[in-house]
Design a protein around this ligand. Structure first.
Ligand code: FE
Length: 131
């Protein structure tokens, strides 16, 4: 068994669990860029105490590089838990996060999202870097 065998993938426009990466397709070397990560962009995912997106993690694999780099972990910690019972709490985290980063060369951003019921989901986006 390998982790790759259990991470599910699909088109984010038709499957609500797939992490959506919004990033420029081409950037300048050293330029600060904003990468938006979310789940449920086209089809909303449930966000309840019992069923929610727990986290999204972002990685970067440079073109021609052997190793993958960890970019950030984004935890969604509040799901309306309360002493009054599930779904009665005052706060609910939406599964959206932003990473600000700079690249010196091209590569692939890879995101993994975790639903507490439906497991692991992945997506990727290539980024070109000029000059
Ligand atoms: Fe789910």
């Amino acid at each position: 068994m390998k982790i790759a065998e259990v991470i599910q993938t699909a088109d984010w426009k038709t499957e609500k669990h797939v992490p959506v990466i919004v990033a420029p397709g081409s950037v300048k070397a050293g330029e600060k860029i904003v990468v938006e990560l979310s789940v449920g962009k086209e089809i909303a995912h449930p966000n309840t105490t019992e069923h929610h997106i727990r986290w999204i993690r972002l990685y970067f694999k440079p073109v021609g590089g052997k190793f993958t780099y960890d970019v950030g972990n984004f935890e969604f910690g509040a799901h309306a838990e309360s002493v009054d019972g599930p779904n009665k709490g005052p706060i609910m985290t939406e599964p959206t996060a932003h990473a600000v980063l700079k690249l010196t060369g091209p590569g692939t951003l890879m995101a993994v999202a975790y639903c507490n019921i439906h497991g692991l989901w992945e997506s990727f986006q290539d980024i070109k870097v000029e000059g």
